[in-house]
Design a binder for this molecule. Structure first.
Ligand code: FES
Length: 256
């Protein structure tokens, strides 16, 4: 483990005795990344899905259970709108007007209300994105540490303009505001994973690593759409992260 970057959220070893199962339990939907850092961070990515499926039904099977679980935590349905939208995005990869309408129906809200909320937040994708959504923080701390160069390097290496998806469907690169890990600039969030201390020079190896990860997942049969993965609960090996340009933590994770 690198001294420069001890890992997710400043993990300094006090949780190193925990296994992934200790942290997140075993009753999750989907699969975790092939490599995702210390198991202590596992609580933040229990529902990572390799492939989104724009055609997948929303809120069926295990996803119905998760929606019910979400609803049980709030005083009324309206209050559960943000996590319900997140769940829809997790399944389909983005929140289309149709998905917004389905969420509205579930929560007894008007489609216009849901649309107003969903379009306010940039974290809800309004259009399909690549398998890996690369979000480069260009806010102040990262900016003074070379974020613009990192952004440029991602766009050059993928041959895309910001927001475009590569032809192979793997990458979409976008700019992000502060990702809340300002001590480790430049920070890049790729799907749920954080890559910290990223420099322009490390960009090709990060992309290569992700290509390999996608290839391994495809060849091992681990890739699955939301519908296929539901209830299967496959696990992949845990690998330690933490050095410059390595994935160090996973963000978000609504219901552990
Ligand atoms: S400024 Fe980049 S994470 Fe805060």
């Amino acid at each position: 483990m690198s001294v420069k970057n001890p890992g997710w959220a400043g993990e300094t070893g006090e949780f190193s005795h925990l296994t992934e199962a200790d942290v997140r339990g075993t009753d999750f939907v989907g699969e975790r990344p092939v490599e995702g850092g210390h198991p202590g961070g596992a609580c933040s990515y229990p529902y990572h899905l390799a492939d989104k499926d724009p055609e997948a039904p929303l809120f069926e099977g295990p996803y119905r259970e998760r929606l019910d679980k979400i609803l049980s935590r709030y005083p009324n349905k309206q209050a559960a709108l943000l996590p319900a939208l997140s769940l829809a995005q997790e399944i389909r990869g983005y929140v289309s007007p149709e998905a917004m309408a389905e969420v509205a129906k579930e929560l007894d809200l008007s489609p216009a209300y849901v649309r107003g909320v969903a379009t306010f937040y940039t974290m809800y994708n309004k259009a399909p994105v690549g398998r890996y959504l690369v979000q480069v923080c260009t806010n102040v701390c990262c900016n003074v540490c070379g974020a613009d160069e990192v952004m440029e390097a991602f766009l050059d290496a993928t041959g895309t303009a910001q927001g475009e998806t590569t032809e192979d469907g793997l990458f979409t690169v976008v700019e992000a505001e502060c990702l809340g890990a300002c001590g480790f600039p430049t920070v890049v969030q790729i799907n749920e994973r954080y890559f910290e201390n990223v420099e322009a020079e490390s960009v090709p190896s990060i992309l290569e690593r992700l290509r390999e990860e996608a290839a391994v997942a495809a060849s091992s049969g681990a890739r699955a759409t939301a519908a296929e993965a539901a209830g299967q609960g496959r696990e992949a090996p845990v690998a330690a992260g933490g050095s410059s340009g390595e994935p160090t933590s996973d963000a978000d994770g609504e219901e552990a």
